[in-house]
Design a protein around this ligand. Structure first.
Ligand code: SAM
Length: 277
């Protein structure tokens, strides 16, 4: 009997976000493969999980570590894979081990839980029917701008991870490539003490991005096809209101995007709000 590789999500800040199942799987695993044994050791202590055997597994040692982990799984050991925060394999190491386990005929099971992208999306107020997880863009300005330009036509809500010191540059490049009027959200320090969801258009967030500290997920509303005239006004207004813009800002932005007067846009905002209530 081979063992099972469990892909276990851990909290992204608030320890209460560990699941009961994750606790059980971590307590009963023979080995826990983790990015940083010290970090995971600390986390397990806080969660009151008696430290099982911790094995370091990260992008730089994956090729070396995989054979030993697969051997252990084939010998019947249960292995839990975790990353420093959130869901393994989502902008984190894990994929190569998961693939190797599948190729070896080992069962791979997800133990779902916190993920910064999903936590940000569900509270952002941008459309959730279709979304695209982009993750980290290139750290180099030229490549980042090209990547953003390639996303300009995407109709779905876009979700990015970014390091705190590049948020301002990201917003400026995104406003340039996607348009200042796009609704956007900075989701900062999710589930932590200084959690903040900052909503506005890309232009507004460039002008006032708030605290430039802490972990962030950036979300941008998708492109709206053919937003050119009064016929599209109500769709634009609904999108802006859904993005959390207050009525006056939504009217200003809708007027800019559709070319109608501010008064007409404001009337459409009021009509949409009445319709919704
Ligand atoms: N595997 C993780 C997950 O499931 O979300 C993501 C790991 S990735 C290396 C780290 C990035 O996730 C950060 O740079 C940030 O963009 C985002 N992130 C992680 N925790 C966060 C939090 N509490 N608040 C906002 N963003 C967070």
């Amino acid at each position: 009997m081979t063992g099972t590789l469990s892909v276990v999500a851990v909290p992204i800040g608030n320890l209460e976000d560990i699941t009961l199942r994750a606790l059980r799987v971590l307590r009963t695993a023979d080995r826990v493969a983790c990015e940083d044994t010290r970090e995971t050791g600390k986390l397990l202590k806080l969660l009151d999980v008696a430290a099982p055997r911790l094995v370091s597994y990260h992008d730089h040692n994956a090729e070396r570590r995989i054979p030993g982990l697969i051997e252990a799984l084939e010998a019947g050991e249960n292995v839990a894979l975790v990353s420093d925060a959130g869901t393994p394999a989502v902008s984190d190491p894990g994929f190569k081990l998961v693939r190797a386990a599948i190729e070896a005929g080992v069962d791979v099971v997800p133990v779902p839980g916190a993920c910064a992208a999903i936590a940000a999306l569900c509270a952002a107020g941008l459309p959730t029917d279709r979304w695209r997880f982009v993750g980290f863009l290139s750290a180099k300005a030229g490549a980042r701008r090209r990547e953003l330009a390639a996303l300009a036509g995407a109709g779905e809500t876009l979700i990015f991870y970014e390091s705190p010191h590049r948020v301002t540059a990201f917003l400026e490049d995104a406003a340039e490539a996607l348009g200042e009027g796009r609704p956007a959200v900075i989701a900062r320090e999710i589930t932590k003490k200084f959690e903040e969801f900052r909503r506005g258009t890309l232009g507004e967030l460039v002008a006032d991005p708030g605290v430039v500290r802490g972990e962030v997920v950036l979300l941008v509303g998708g492109a709206v096809a053919e937003v050119a005239g009064p016929a599209d006004l109500s769709a634009v207004v609904e999108r802006l209101l859904a993005a959390g813009l207050p009525p006056s800002k939504a009217a200003r932005e809708a007027a800019k995007e559709t070319g109608v007067t501010r008064e007409a846009a404001y009337a459409a905002v009021m009509a949409a709000k009445e319709g919704a209530s």
